[in-house]
Write a protein that binds this ligand. Structure first.
Ligand code: SF4
Length: 241
């Protein structure tokens, strides 16, 4: 079953990548979209598989963010994953490739996971918001933080992913991910360093987003923060041991 899910997911990602490479635009794919007045948060509409969910995310028009993004980027990883890592939103590379954590922040995350003794292939990686929000600046697309309203609307998808994967442990990367899971604005500092029990039985470990480390101008401080980040990932691993 897992192999079927994986191959369906890979086929879907390939179609999305082909659309991105061929330059298919939002307008060209608009006719395939779920209308903007689609029924809202009704769990009975929930896709039954991760590949169906990924296809539905790509058609989603619940908030305006789909309009300028290349595609919706759903989570990736085995349905049997015990740990779910949640970031903020797809970045420029993720938006183009249709996969989470494949840009510079993803590479930093991969290195930190290695150091922490976690195998990315056994984790489920996703984002609180599934479409890339950005400001065009010449040929570049500069990241824009999603609003709390956009995070709250997109939580419907995050909740469906959580329901399908049923992770034992959730690691939130950054404040947006924390809001995506808890529905509340809380500082990472107040949540960091200990596991929090979530409704439904999973535990939550809060840490920073790897892009926060990339943006730090002070190299010494960045190195300290990176060490703390890896320590949070080690904590996540040992919590499940
Ligand atoms: S960001 Fe989330 S809620 Fe908004 S259109 Fe994309 S998938 Fe839908």
């Amino acid at each position: 079953m897992a192999a079927v899910l994986r191959s369906a997911s890979i086929a879907f990602q390939e179609r999305k990548r082909a659309a991105a490479v061929s330059g298919t635009t939002r307008t060209e794919t608009e006719s395939t979209r779920v209308p903007e007045d689609q029924p809202s948060a009704d769990a009975s509409d929930a896709p039954a598989t991760l590949s169906a969910l990924a296809a539905a995310v790509d058609r989603c028009t619940r908030c305006p963010l789909y309009r300028h993004a290349t595609q919706g980027v759903a989570g990736e990883g085995p349905k049997s994953a015990r740990i779910m890592l949640i970031g903020e939103q797809p970045g420029d590379q993720e938006d183009r490739q249709g996969r989470p954590f494949v840009g510079p922040a993803g590479r930093l995350l991969d290195a930190a996971l290695d150091e922490a003794g976690l195998d990315r292939r056994r984790l489920f990686l996703t984002n609180a918001v599934k479409h890339f929000k950005f400001t065009p600046r010449g040929k570049r697309r500069l990241h824009q933080t999603p609003t709390t309203g956009e995070v709250d609307i997109c939580r419907w998808w995050l909740d469906r992913e959580r329901a399908l994967v049923q992770p034992d442990l959730i690691v939130t990367l950054g404040a947006t991910a924390l809001r995506g899971v808890t529905g509340k604005s809380a500082s990472i500092r107040s949540m960091r360093g200990h596991a929090v029990e979530l409704e439904g039985g999973a535990r939550l470990v809060a840490t920073v987003h790897p892009s926060f480390l990339l943006r730090m101008p002070d190299r010494e401080r960045a190195a300290q923060e990176r060490t703390a980040f890896v320590a949070d990932l080690v904590r996540a691993r040992t919590l499940l041991a």
